[in-house]
Design a protein around this ligand. Structure first.
Ligand code: NAP
Ligand code: GDD
Length: 339
């Protein structure tokens, strides 16, 4: 089938005009870090928000507890085609944000097949749900700078070739290209946001920024005496998650579907992260941090740095939070929690 334009729907420039129906957005991964910030953003813009949650034996509403009375929570799983199709068929959303994934890179080596099922094939299942049940929906895919992996140029931009270094990165490359393919094959409004690392006090405990901020808080409170980390030389472009969900929304408001790189353009090492985080609590990181080979990866991504010039120009997007502000915000939040 040749590409067809199918970009119907109301004009999207923020809050709905008087007399316009509320817009509806479906978020997969609403219980995750980004899902919680995106749900807040869309609710503030007047959207009806449908949050997709997979069934677990205990609830995972830690990050969205404060939003539950304003969200529609629906059950579905990235592994289950029918449940995804039912969500899209019933909600008939204007926008679908696919944030759900197995998102922790080290786990992708121990569970490579499951990571492929969630993070790669989950994307095509959701695209199929949209194609069959409600092709007018605009689709956002949470792509990742991990796709650049052993980067062939620095900084990385939309045209930089992919060279993934983990089963997670490989799965995200599939998710990226299947999104592009459904746009080109079926004329869906489907975009891929290539986001660099973004963090917050809601970040999962195993990711390095939160592991450090939480570690600092536990050391200060006398619950721990040392923090074991892997590669201190790794360099990342770290931003604040609250800024990045705004970029996701902006990508779905454009007249045409286009992919963008999102990041701060600044790179820092894990060592610098430790310096700022421990320093903020009045500690010398060298006295507490130990390198443990157990946290070194089979194949490392040495450095990631974004060139988000296209997003700046076309989306008017800019990060608002510096690296030092981000790290100290996370340490303060953990000091408050670990009392
Ligand atoms: P996260 O905190 O790990 O959240 C992942 C979400 O996916 C959780 O809500 C999780 O639900 C859900 N999920 C996992 N498997 C599922 C399944 N089989 N069916 C339905 N839901 C499932 O991740 P995040 O940091 O918010 O990232 C959001 C997305 O952006 C992910 O796709 C990630 O790969 C991508 N990304 C993240 C970054 C970053 O730096 N944060 C950068 C680039 C791209 P449970 O609560 O039930 O576990
Ligand atoms: N997690 C972790 N734990 N990372 C460590 C540690 C440690 O003890 N010590 C050093 N690092 C280094 C890792 O080797 C990596 O180079 C860097 O810190 C960042 O690791 P993570 O915070 O786990 O994030 P990531 O870069 O692997 O992946 C995150 O960002 C991607 C975007 O580039 C995740 O959010 C992915 O889902 C996301 O796509």
């Amino acid at each position: 089938m040749s590409a067809q334009k199918n970009h119907s729907g109301p004009k999207r420039n923020g809050a709905p005009q008087a007399g316009q129906p509320r817009r509806t957005a479906v978020i997969t991964g609403v219980t995750g870090q980004d899902g919680s910030y995106l749900a807040e953003l869309l609710l503030a813009k007047g959207y009806e928000v449908v949050g997709v949650v997979r069934r677990t034996s205990h609830d995972s509403y830690e990050r969205i507890g404060h939003l539950l009375d304003r969200l529609h929570i629906v059950p579905a799983d990235l592994l289950d085609q029918h449940s995804l199709t039912a969500v899209v068929r019933d909600a008939k959303p204007h926008e679908v944000y696919n944030l759900a994934a197995q998102s922790f890179v080290p786990t992708s080596w121990t569970q490579p097949v499951l990571t492929g099922e969630f993070t790669a094939l989950g994307v095509v299942r959701l695209l199929e749900a949209i194609r069959l049940a409600h092709p007018e929906a605009r689709f956002y895919q949470a792509s990742s700078s991990e796709m650049f992996g052993k980067a062939t140029q620095t900084p990385q931009r939309e045209s930089t070739p992919f060279y993934p270094r983990s089963p997670y990165g490989v799965a995200k490359v599939y998710g990226h290209w299947i999104t592009v393919n459904y746009r080109e094959s079926y004329g869906l409004y489907a975009v891929s946001g290539i986001l660099f690392n973004h963090e917050s006090p809601r970040r999962g405990l195993e990711f390095v920024t939160r592991k450090v901020s939480h570690g600092v808080a536990r050391i200060v409170r006398g619950r721990m005496t040392e923090l074991r980390l892997g590669n201190l030389d790794a360099r990342r472009d770290w931003g604040f998650a609250g800024d990045y969900v705004d970029a996701m929304w902006r990508m779905l408001q454009r007249p045409e579907p286009v992919d963008y790189v999102i990041g701060t353009g600044e790179m820092h090492t894990v060592r610098e992260l430790c310096e700022i985080a421990f320093g903020h609590a009045g500690l010398d990181w060298k006295q507490y941090v130990r390198v443990d080979p157990a946290f070194v990866r089979p194949a490392e991504v040495d450095l990631l740095q974004a060139d988000a010039g296209k997003a700046r120009q076309e989306l008017g997007w800019r990060p608002t939070t510096s690296f030092a502000e981000l790290v100290t915000m996370m340490v303060d939040a953990d000091l408050e929690r670990v009392k």
